[in-house]
Design a protein around this ligand. Structure first.
Ligand SMILES: Nc1nc2c(ncn2[C@@H]2O[C@H](COP(=O)(O)OP(=O)(O)O)[C@@H](O)[C@H]2O)c(=O)[nH]1
Ligand SMILES: [Mg+2]
Length: 225
């Protein structure tokens, strides 16, 4: 039986998703994971490209956070690895997260852990650092890279979670939930590359405000342990 599902939330990633799945198949040759693409609503043929690459595709019209939770829930394996489908997250780092799973409920791919690095837009790098600093100060979450979407989840541990987040602030919320449930969290250094093609869906003001709103909530949730 498979022990790993690779979950890829996608919104218009037709050019990126196929090559990513192919490179992940290479590094996971032995684990032979299932690929689950949670798509929606893409208009560029992402679903067809993902199917052609051998993935199971679920149409999910909800926000990023909804797609992420759905992907974890619909994984039928012990582990669910979630990463961006735009080429920012590398297959060789996926193998690093997988190797670190022993004794962990959550493995976070971190740009700020040893061996980690972040390329691309200086402004986005700056914002992500500021967020990491704020969450460290206010909520004391057990990972430096609180907004990283590159993670390996022990599925049974996250059973029944119903986070409130809508967008990318789901990342610190799930970290806080892991703390509240007494989870063991590990961080592994990853290299974050600029997306290969297409446009980012992140909107700085809208999502920035959502992250700030999550600060208090993450603190409260993490303290319930
Ligand atoms: N299903 C789904 N996937 C999304 C949504 N928004 C972003 N994604 C995917 O989530 C990943 C990260 O999004 P991206 O736009 O690259 O954000 P950024 O890396 O912060 O610039 C990519 O694989 C996107 O295609 C959404 O609303 N629904
Ligand atoms: Mg991206």
């Amino acid at each position: 039986m498979n022990t790993l599902t690779v979950v890829l939330p996608t919104l218009n990633e037709a050019a990126n998703v196929g090559p990513l799945i192919a490179s992940l198949r290479d590094v996971f040759a032995d684990a032979s994971p299932e690929f689950l693409v949670v798509d929606g609503p893409s208009t560029d043929g992402t679903a067809q490209a993902a199917q052609a690459a051998g993935a199971r595709v679920i149409a999910e019209p909800g926000t990023y956070a909804v797609a992420l939770v759905r992907g974890i829930r619909e994984s039928a394996t012990e582990w669910a690895m979630v990463l961006d489908a735009d080429g920012s997250h590398r297959a060789q780092d996926a193998a690093k997260l997988w190797q670190a799973r022993e004794g962990a409920d959550l493995v976070v791919g971190s740009r700020y852990a040893p061996g980690g690095r972040s390329g691309g837009n200086w402004f986005r790098r700056f914002l992500s650092r500021v967020l990491a600093g704020l969450f460290a100060m206010v909520a004391r979450l057990p990972a430096r890279d609180v907004s990283s979407g590159f993670r390996l989840y022990r599925r049974s541990f996250f059973e029944g979670v119903s986070p409130r987040a809508k967008f990318f602030e789901i990342q610190p919320e799930l970290l806080a939930i892991a703390v509240a449930r007494g989870g063991r969290v590990k961080e592994v250094g990853i290299v974050y590359e600029p997306r290969k093609s297409g446009r980012s869906k992140a909107r700085v003001i809208r999502y920035g405000l959502a992250f700030l709103g999550m600060l208090r909530r993450a603190r409260k949730t993490a303290r319930k342990q």
